[in-house]
Design a protein around this ligand. Structure first.
Ligand code: ATP
Ligand code: MG
Length: 390
């Protein structure tokens, strides 16, 4: 907090609250959207001086870039600035930000856009055909006569890409006579475009922006800025930010990872009662990030593979043979009233768990008994139980 006297010791470390909020709060209207450093806003043609404000049709475009390179943050910021300018100039420009990971069907997105343009018009959630949703949108657009900029973040998660064809062509197809719809698609799947058909792609012309990964120097700049908000002055050891930046730069220049490392390092320091964040806290933070990854992996395992992991982990850190695993797995299936998979199938699921690094499997030659495979969990029983009981 600005102007606050500096405490000594434990309280000197303010947990990285501002960052946590910036990451979980996806709401455009929130004040948490920070100005992203480094990215060149002028290249994005929806910035303040854009065609839109002059009443011209803004182009459709795609933004690509790997995860954590600031695509969402930059576009949200640009939209906020645009909103501000629109308020001042009273230009008929509106924007709808859609995260297609959350809203991925055509009808839901059309309803959402209608809502942004004309909040007073009721559009039912169910019971009408997709074509009717389109008609409702054309109606509100014809009434509005302005420009609507639709941002489709994580556009590769769309269930059906007809929206990418129909919205940019609305004028040409005489669906609307006034106003424009412009689409900005964002994706971290660099091959997404190849999956679109030529008709759809041609609406987008060649307009695309690729956000390059950040290098360690840029990541340092971003971290420095955030550290000023998130930590009290002077509590970060000199080595901390460069180390977070270097570690994240190794991993395709992911600013999210860099920020998480810094935040976790702060938490580690607070937990150990330190009065500064030091290099070893960053190393510990990195372990936590890896452990987060394990949690993510376990959560996405299919049901029977989870059961298998559960059996293996329940054996504490003792090795267990495949036969034994299968017997215990079958017993669990019976208990829960599910039909067990075959032994061969479970055997291949075990190999997969090994490849994911969740367990370690070793093969032994047992002479005339043939080869056996002994397996041990790499994650503690408590952790697996905790995760799977969620
Ligand atoms: N240039 C920047 N300046 C300040 N913060 C940034 C910058 N770029 C990214 N960040 C921060 O890094 C985190 C990740 O950025 P963002 O969510 O925009 O990534 P993304 O490219 O959309 O990733 P994904 O493909 O996973 O959605 C956010 O907390 C964001 O605020
Ligand atoms: Mg994003």
């Amino acid at each position: 907090m600005k102007g606050e006297a500096r405490d000594i010791g434990y309280n000197n470390l303010k947990p990285y609250k501002s960052l946590i909020l910036a990451q979980v709060n996806e709401d455009l209207t929130s004040e948490i959207v920070v100005k992203p450093l480094i990215r060149d806003f002028k290249r994005l043609n929806i910035d303040g001086n854009s065609e839109a404000l002059n009443g011209d049709e803004p182009d459709n475009a795609f933004i690509y870039g790997k995860t954590g390179v600031g695509k969402t943050a930059t576009v949200k910021y640009v939209l906020l600035e645009l909103d501000q300018e629109v308020k001042n100039s009273k230009a008929p420009v509106k924007s709808a930000f859609v995260n297609c990971n959350q809203i991925n069907t055509t009808t839901k997105i059309l309803k959402r856009i209608c809502n942004v343009i004309a909040p007073e018009v009721e559009v039912p959630s169910t019971g009408i055909a997709t074509s009717e949703y389109y008609q409702r949108l054309w109606d509100v657009l014809n009434e509005f006569k302005g420009i609507i900029i639709v941002v489709l973040d994580e556009v590769d998660k769309l269930e059906d890409d007809n929206i990418l064809y129909n919205l940019p062509r609305a004028r040409e197809n005489l669906d609307i006579t006034d106003g424009f719809v412009s689409i900005l698609g964002i994706s971290n799947d660099l091959t997404y475009k190849e999956r679109l058909d030529a008709r759809t792609l041609s609406s987008f012309g060649d307009k695309e922006f690729v956000f390059a990964p950040y290098d360690a120097h840029q990541l340092r700049e971003i971290l420095d800025e955030r550290a000023r908000e998130g930590f009290k002055e002077g509590v970060l050891d000199d080595a901390v930010i460069p180390l977070c930046a270097a570690l994240a730069a190794q991993e395709h220049g992911d600013a999210r990872k860099a920020l998480m490392l810094l935040r976790y390092a702060g938490e580690v320091a607070v937990e150990r009662g330190g009065d500064a964040v030091v290099e070893s806290d960053v190393r510990e933070a990195q372990k936590r990030l890896e452990s987060d990854k394990i949690v993510e992996t376990v959560k996405t395992l299919p049901y029977h593979q989870r059961l298998t992991l559960y059996v293996i982990a329940s054996n504490d850190s003792k090795e267990i043979g495949t036969n034994e695993i299968y017997e215990q797995y079958k017993a669990m299936c019976e208990e829960s009233g599910t039909t067990p998979l075959s032994k061969a199938r479970i055997s291949s699921l075990i190999s997969e768990l090994d490849m994911l690094g969740l367990i370690s499997a070793k093969k032994f030659n047992r002479g005339r008994y043939g080869r056996i495979r002994l397996v041990v969990s790499n994650i503690s029983k408590e952790k697996v139980h905790g995760l799977l009981h969620d």
